[in-house]
Write a protein that binds this ligand. Structure first.
Ligand code: MN
Length: 146
């Protein structure tokens, strides 16, 4: 499909709003996903994620990278050992094997575009030793949700 109109509020024509993850292994809250572009010659997938107030994406890491741009609301993002305040049009690169989690702040959803490799490894979730390591940083300890 060549053209899909924006319908308002970061919804697009003919683009289903999907459950974030369906494998039942990760913990997250109030997150939706839309796949904007994939397939053909493209070796990437371009997605739009939205995290409603009070929600959070899963705390995870993996070999593939994320290229992220905030396009709705504001929030905070854990990338590695640092928590960043993120706002409209900010860019976030999640490098390989780097713990990450996104959360909205305020009463508006946090929406962001995210490009990934079409072929990619499965996310890893933190074990006890990983959580212990992450929680050595008090700011990270206060931020993460499981
Ligand atoms: Mn990820």
């Amino acid at each position: 499909m060549i053209f899909r109109a924006h319908l308002g509020d970061c919804r697009w024509d003919e683009t289903p709003v999907l459950a974030y993850k369906q494998d039942g292994t990760t913990t997250f809250r109030h997150v939706t996903k839309q796949i904007l572009f994939e397939g053909g010659q493209m070796e990437f997938q371009w997605r739009y994620f939205e995290v409603a107030p009070g929600g959070y994406s899963s705390l995870e890491r993996h070999e593939h990278e994320h290229a992220v741009m905030v396009v709705r609301g504001k929030g905070r993002a854990l990338v590695g050992d640092e928590v960043y305040d993120i706002r409209l049009y900010d860019l976030i690169l999640v490098p390989p094997m780097t713990w990450h989690q996104f959360q909205p702040t305020g009463d508006e959803p946090l929406g962001f575009l995210c490009i990934v490799n079409a072929q990619r490894d499965r996310p890893q979730l933190p074990g006890h030793a990983d959580l212990e390591m992450l929680r050595r940083n008090p700011e990270v300890a206060a931020f993460i949700r499981l």
